[in-house]
Design a protein around this ligand. Structure first.
Ligand SMILES: Cc1cc2nc3c(=O)[nH]c(=O)nc-3n(C[C@H](O)[C@H](O)[C@H](O)COP(=O)(O)O)c2cc1C
Length: 434
């Protein structure tokens, strides 16, 4: 049986085979915690800490709940818009496994105009091929009918009234379309919106997605249309494919957006096949630049989020940030939160590890909190922002530190400063050839 150690009140599987499902069930029943027919769930990823989640709330360890724009999330881990939120079945799975919230795959009024191709993904692997480092996709927004998606949102909200369901929306540069999308999504009870101003491929050909997110004038107008009708919180999702991400984010916040989500994927070409000379992902011998995600983009995402968080802190302290990009451990989430994120989103990580990953993410975040004695997310949100400064300031700080060190080496100033306690160290401080 796997050894299961208890750390800060939650579990850490340290190797060995997974206990049989029957054994897990018997153990839980004997502890009086299971009364109904048992829904056996996989225990996240082997070798990583995990915690049991009930409706997204960890059954032990520090509190992970966050309230963002008035919405209460049981934990900060939200499914990022993409394949893990494409339909009722997968969104239900996300809620059942304990994700704090779900952002559905981006919808638009006319799905008939959305034509996907296959294959549409390509991986960046480590040298030995064992690990996925980056992921490219040329997937468009949802190709499922708006009406079907609305019916599924309605059903999910009826079955999970207390869980957070966010509609990701995009449409053409027409006010009436945006007004209709917002109204109809609200009618079926979604808790919030995320506007996809950021898909870098396919949609910009129709002047949508990143084409809007890169144009501050259009952004200003579209945010205004949405804000006019929306009665629930709205987040604007930013593209990193721009020189200064704080410029479009600023326009959105000025226009009343409740929060910013960042980042969407980074424009990329995964590579060129040296046998066929065709680029990847290859469709009928051809390709098109796509969006890069997963671990490789995390440092870029952290930098973009830090810049947005600094601006929010200074100019819009009542607004929020949802950090996205390459998160697949609780430690990564802690980094985004330390840099000012209220929630974090995971998309590719779920495609690689599956929905039970959330059990690991929560446990690892709790482990981090336990180590530092944090009892809530609010206690450390944005805590690392103060360590950022300019390069000029780093130079000045370093100069000062070197001068201090030099001074310390000089030893005692005069003979009346010798002390009995520190005598040996004081002697040592005046030796030149240490
Ligand atoms: C296959 C795939 C499809 C995606 N589709 C959408 C989408 O429909 N709408 C959207 O806003 N973002 C979409 N994204 C972007 C993700 O939500 C996320 O912003 C990005 O992948 C970075 O996060 P990650 O590293 O956790 O995947 C998609 C990403 C992938 C990999």
């Amino acid at each position: 049986m796997a050894a299961v150690a208890s750390v800060f009140g939650f579990k850490h599987r340290v190797g060995g085979p997974v206990p049989s499902r029957a054994a897990q069930r018997a153990s839980r029943i004997s502890r009086g915690r299971v009364h109904q027919p048992l829904r056996v769930v996989a225990r996240g990823l082997e070798g990583r800490p995990w915690v049991e989640l009930k409706d997204g709330v960890p059954t032990s360890g520090p509190d992970l709940s966050v309230t963002v724009n008035g919405l209460k999330f049981p934990n900060p881990f939200v499914i990022g818009s993409g394949p893990p939120g494409t339909n009722y079945t997968v969104m239900k799975k996300a809620f059942d496994e304990g994700w704090g919230g779900v952002i559905a795959k981006t919808v638009s009024l006319n799905a008939d105009l959305v034509k996907n191709v296959t294959p549409r993904y390509a991986k960046m692997k480590s040298e030995d091929g064992a690990e996925v480092l980056g992921w490219q996709n040329i997937e468009l927004i949802s190709d499922r009918s708006f009406e079907v998606m609305l019916a599924e949102f309605k059903q999910l909200k009826e079955e999970y009234p207390d869980r957070i369901l966010i509609a990701s929306i995009m449409d053409e540069y027409k006010k009436e379309n945006w007004v209709e999308v917002v109204r109809r999504c609200e009618e079926v009870g979604v808790d919030a919106f995320e506007i996809n101003f950021s898909c870098p491929h396919g949609m910009p050909e129709r002047k949508m997605g990143a084409a809007m997110g890169q144009d501050c004038t259009v952004l200003d107008e579209v945010c205004g249309w949405v804000k006019e009708v929306a009665t629930v919180p709205v987040w604007a999702k930013m593209t990193p494919n721009i020189t200064d991400i704080t410029e479009p984010a600023n326009v959105c916040l000025e226009k009343g957006m409740d929060g910013i989500a960042a980042i969407n994927t980074i424009m990329s070409i995964m590579g060129v096949n040296l046998d066929t000379l065709a680029p990847e992902p290859c469709v009928e011998g051809h390709s098109t630049p796509g969006g890069y995600s997963y671990k490789a983009v995390r440092p870029i995402a952290l930098a973009k989020c830090m810049a947005i968080a600094q601006m929010i802190k200074k100019e819009f302290p009542d607004r929020t940030l949802s950090g996205i990009g390459g998160i697949d451990t609780g430690g990564h989430a802690a980094e985004f939160i330390l840099l000012g994120s209220d929630t974090v989103q995971v998309c590719t990580g779920v495609m690689i590890h599956g929905y039970p990953l959330v059990q690991n993410l929560c446990a690892e975040l709790q482990e981090f909190m336990g180590k530092h004695g944090f009892e809530s997310i609010a206690e450390f949100k944005g805590m690392s922002l103060e360590y950022f400064t300019t390069h000029t300031d780093l130079v000045a700080r370093q100069k000062e530190a070197i001068e201090k060190k030099k001074k310390a080496k000089v030893g005692i100033e005069s003979d009346d400063k010798w002390t009995g306690e520190g005598f040996v160290a004081e002697t040592e401080s005046m030796v030149s050839n240490v």
